[in-house]
Write a protein that binds this ligand. Structure first.
Ligand code: ZN
Length: 213
């Protein structure tokens, strides 16, 4: 009886740890040991975290102090990280949307492309078609980027990333748009991450192209 009890306790820790590792992998916090790559799968993480919560509910009143504390902590840590990851994804989507409206392509055309349709003519009615200028969002009162020292801003990134830095990577870094590579570099902890988030993506991109040598 005692022996069976110990065995069950071990199996319980085993299954919670194993589901926990799976969820950390799906959150993109650890590499998949099979592929040695970060493979983020946020919807999958939701299901795995739900499974652990289900096990907690189904075993309620039947766990030792230690088992209960282990499963509680596992769920709490995972849920907190889930919220952070989901937020990052939402911000990235928002940036993609803003980026879209700042192109110098016809807005009707860009919008159709965003929703997976193809418009093969310019509408001739949107502000881009009429004024031949990208739409300006949020950015009219910002100081000129020429006041800033490019090399100073990207120094920390230059120290660890390949050279020359890819323009898209630096632009994302300065605009604060997460990417797997920036995650790998722990770029969010760098002082200049998202320093230029108030500027249009296209403006920052042009500025980076000009200075990134
Ligand atoms: Zn148009």
């Amino acid at each position: 009886m005692e022996e069976q009890h110990n065995k069950n306790a071990q199996l319980f820790f085993g299954i919670i740890s194993s589901l926990g590792s799976q969820a950390w992998m799906q959150l993109g916090k650890i590499k998949n040991p099979m592929t040695d790559k970060i493979e983020r799968d946020i919807p999958g993480a939701t299901i795995t975290i739900d499974m652990i919560s289900m096990l907690k509910d189904k075993t309620e009143g039947n766990l030792s102090e230690e088992e209960k504390s282990f499963i509680d902590h596992t769920i709490k840590d995972l849920q907190m990280n889930y919220i952070v990851e989901k937020e990052k994804k939402d911000v990235a989507r928002l940036h993609a949307m803003i980026e879209l409206f700042e192109t110098d392509l016809c807005l009707a055309k860009s919008l159709s492309a965003y929703f997976g349709e193809e418009l093969d003519y310019n509408c001739q009615r949107c502000s881009v078609c009429i004024e031949k200028e990208p739409v300006k969002l949020l950015s009219s009162d910002l100081p000129s980027l020429d006041m800033l020292d490019f090399h100073d801003l990207v120094q920390q990134l230059t120290d660890i990333a390949e050279s020359p830095l890819p323009v898209a990577l630096v632009t994302r870094f300065l605009c604060g748009i997460p990417s797997p590579r920036l995650f790998e570099y722990k770029a969010r902890q760098m002082a200049s991450f998202s320093r230029l988030e108030a500027y249009p993506y296209k403006t920052v991109e042009k500025w980076v192209q000009l200075h990134n040598k």
